[in-house]
Write a protein that binds this ligand. Structure first.
Ligand code: NDP
Ligand code: OAA
Length: 251
């Protein structure tokens, strides 16, 4: 199995470290090829041309940016299944519909890991009973959100589709929650100088009950915006995709 990864940053590096566990050969692509050469050493391939990168891929992982999803997903899905981390891109209804049509025509799939949140299994299940309300509050240190504030400050309140435009690499989770719920989440983004974790609180009201999930994530050492849990969730998703599972846990 050849796993092809777009993005040689924080998450790409963790995939490379877990190569042995996954038992795959790896190929990388990034707009900074030097980052890929550093990630790979002599252990994997690096492509500097995207067309060449796509050749022979069994599964493609996007760990780059929402822009990379817009740029590359249509081409990828004509050839292979694609795991998408920059889920915010899928809040664009036109792109979402277009990608699903391509996947349908070419027999491929888009896979969205739970990423930096928990409870996606229950939200999907609750959808079957009817979801009335979905809210997400994301609180991070101002540095992670790219602002300079001295006290706890609400930076944004509004729908998920707007939140992902304002914070494209900080709140992909609100897109994942919205897609799982089949309903756009209302979102609050808070910068708090007193926190050193990436905190996501999810509230769902449904006919089958209410859900409240709070994750207090350790930021990745190399990229404080991205929680370590997001990369670990990807690794777990990849294990399920590349290895035949004798038991599957969760929805
Ligand atoms: N679904 C979820 O729950 C979560 C998703 N994420 C998302 O996962 C993605 C990866 O995160 P992380 O590894 O920490 O990010 P990094 O910024 O550490 O690494 C991303 C790498 O991809 C490169 N890149 C970005 N856009 C493109 C492009 N269009 N073409 C080629 N290369 C590109 C970046 O270059 P450059 O530095 O120039 O941008 C960088 O080298 C991010 O979009 C992040 O927001 C993160 C956390 C949770
Ligand atoms: O990692 C996190 O805590 C959340 C994040 O950056 C995102 O959803 O883009």
């Amino acid at each position: 199995m050849r796993l092809c990864v777009i993005g040689c940053g924080n998450v790409g590096r963790l995939v490379a470290k877990n190569r042995g566990v996954l038992g795959v050969s790896l190929k990388f692509f990034d707009r900074h090829p030097e980052r890929c050469f550093e990630v790979c050493k002599d252990d994997c391939e690096v492509s500097t041309s995207f067309d060449e990168f796509l050749e022979g891929c069994d599964l493609v992982v996007e760990a780059a940016s929402p822009e990379a999803v817009r740029q590359y997903a249509p081409q990828v899905l004509r050839k292979a299944d694609m795991v998408v981390l920059s889920v915010g891109a899928l809040m664009d209804k036109e792109l979402y519909g277009r990608l699903l049509r391509i996947a349908e025509n070419y027999g491929t799939s888009i896979v969205v890991p739970s990423g930096a949140v928990a409870g996606i299994d229950a939200i999907k299940a609750l959808k079957n009973a009817g979801i009335e309300e979905v809210q997400v509050i994301t609180t991070k240190n101002p540095k992670a959100l790219g602002v300079n504030v001295e006290e706890k400050t609400v930076l944004f309140e509004g729908p998920a589709s707007e939140a992902v435009k304002r914070f494209p690499t900080n709140v992909n989770v609100v897109a994942t929650v919205s897609l799982a719920a089949g309903k756009e989440a209302t979102v609050k983004v808070v910068a708090d100088p007193s926190v050193d974790k990436n905190v996501h609180e999810i509230r769902v009201k449904s006919k089958a009950g209410e859900l409240y999930v709070k994750v207090t994530n350790v930021p990745s050492p190399d990229n404080p915006k991205t929680s370590l849990l997001a990369a670990l969730s990807l690794i777990e998703t990849l294990k399920e995709l590349v290895k035949k599972q004798r038991i599957r846990i969760g929805t």
